[in-house]
Design a protein around this ligand. Structure first.
Ligand code: HEM
Length: 424
């Protein structure tokens, strides 16, 4: 459907009256409070409205979120997908077809089934390398010692950054993701990110290698050289979106498996069970809660008129707990016959890194569990909480665990970057 067809209803079931205007920002509340608010929104309104950030609409029902995410003609990404808004440059995530499709094809040069499969042995070796670092101690923090280490190493490898840059890459990426609500801090973080990436581009021009950065730095796109700024933006897509999300998902997966200890043992031997646990984790603890769209023409959802130019949040986390689609939506259930979660989005912007993230989870997590067969949480599961990074990404900060120390193994603290990250 296009705007020429005039205002037309987006999908919904039709019991909602006009939304109440209220203040609502994920920067101000906990993840648990966010889920409670989504439930209220879903029940009361087809479309909620918040005065925060200049006023925006929020979609929380599975049908509406899916329908808006699919409808890029009327719910455009070309003006950016963050809220609050930042100076938007055209990137794969902040563009509409047909340009979007070309930019996505560029990403898929390194994010395709063949390249992802080829990375499997590297993930296995990294998992063991990380476990080697703490196996002799009998304890670890699964987040700091494993989940925060492996995805950055992998992303560096994919784009062609040397492994010893993983720590710095993580720091500059997190600073960027954590500053969306503060234009001054965000501008400084972007400068820092540029300062990290631009010398790498220069190096590839001076002395080309066989890697993705070299391809971006030296080969044309649509018949013209790729500008440095576009390469920086592409790197943001990979380095920021590509590692912190997977770190969050991996931490949540460990949490759910170890909260039901017998499940942790079972998934090691049962691939289908492992897949079900991964998908249920992504549904229940959706890493990125929401992304912005801008309406290109008036849109009606039930009795709600969304004027052209409205900011609309498609809230994937809320949709993933919609009782109209998921029975007992707040529970971790492995027996679901269908799990049509939207944790990787939907439509043309469906996460291009999803196959990579799934491979990392499927390979790294059982590898660690096999190595430490009596691993258990060293904290009460009820005390573990999720926090927001940058008012959007829900993550667990720490997950202390214990296990029988591997005897005869010298403690070799050889984390990806040789250092742990300070808390964000
Ligand atoms: C568990 C891990 C991940 C989650 C939950 C996740 C989630 C998402 C979501 C929800 C979107 C859709 C955004 C929208 O609707 O506007 C998206 C898009 C995207 N993701 Fe991921 N992501 C993950 C991992 C990755 C990885 C590993 C990479 C890169 C290596 C990546 C790169 C991207 C890019 C470039 C897009 C934009 C795609 C497009 O616009 O066509 N993501 N991701």
């Amino acid at each position: 459907m296009s705007c020429e067809d005039g205002p037309a209803p987006a999908a919904s079931t039709g019991d909602a009256a006009s939304p109440a205007l209220e203040r609502f920002s994920l920067y101000e509340i906990s993840v648990a409070a966010a889920y409670a608010a989504y439930e209220r929104f879903r029940t009361l309104y087809a479309v909620a409205h918040s005065e925060s950030f200049g006023g925006h609409f929020i979609l929380t029902r599975h049908r509406d979120v899916k329908s808006a995410a699919r409808d890029w003609q009327r719910f455009s990404s070309a003006q950016g997908v963050d809220l609050p808004k930042n100076a938007t440059r055209t990137t794969v995530i902040a563009s509409d077809p047909p340009l979007h499709d070309e930019l996505r094809a560029l990403d898929q040069e390194v994010l395709n089934p063949k390249t992802i499969e080829a990375l499997r042995p590297y993930v296995v070796s990294q998992a063991h390398r990380l476990v080697d670092g703490f196996a002799a101690t009998g304890s670890c923090d699964l987040v700091a010692d494993f989940c925060e280490q492996l995805p950055p190493a992998l992303i560096c490898r994919i784009v062609g950054l040397d492994e010893d840059l993983a720590f710095e890459m993580r720091q500059v990426s997190i600073a960027l993701g954590d500053s969306f609500d503060d234009p001054e801090r965000h501008a400084a973080a972007l400068e820092e990110f540029r300062g990290f990436v631009l010398p790498q581009i220069e190096k590839r021009r001076a002395s080309p290698r066989d890697d993705f950065l070299t391809r971006l730095a030296n080969e044309p796109f649509r018949g013209a050289p790729i500008e440095d700024e576009s390469i920086v933006q592409t790197m943001i897509g990979f380095l920021l979106a590509g590692h912190e999300s997977t770190t969050a998902a991996m931490s949540s997966l460990f949490f759910h498996l170890l909260s039901r200890r017998e499940l942790a043992s079972a998934v090691v031997a049962d691939d289908r069970l492992l897949s079900a646990a991964i998908e249920e984790t992504l549904r229940l603890d959706t890493p990125f809660h929401q992304f912005r769209r801008t309406t290109t023409c008036p849109v009606e959802i039930d009795e709600n008129e969304l004027p052209a130019g409205s900011d609309v949040l498609v809230n994937y986390a809320a949709a993933n707990r919609d009782p109209a689609v998921f029975e007992r939506p707040d529970e971790f259930l492995l027996g679901r016959r269908r799990n049509p979660h939207l944790a990787f989005g939907f439509g043309v912007h469906t996460c291009v890194g999803a196959p990579l993230a799934r491979m990392e989870l499927r390979v790294a997590v059982p590898e660690l569990l096999r190595r430490l067969p009596d691993l258990e949480l060293a904290v009460d599961a009820a005390e573990v909480e999720w926090e927001f990074l940058g008012g959007n990404l829900a993550f667990i900060r720490s997950l202390p665990a214990r296990f029988t120390a591997e005897r005869g193994r010298r403690q070799v603290s050889r984390h990806v970057a040789g250092r742990r990250l300070p808390p964000t």
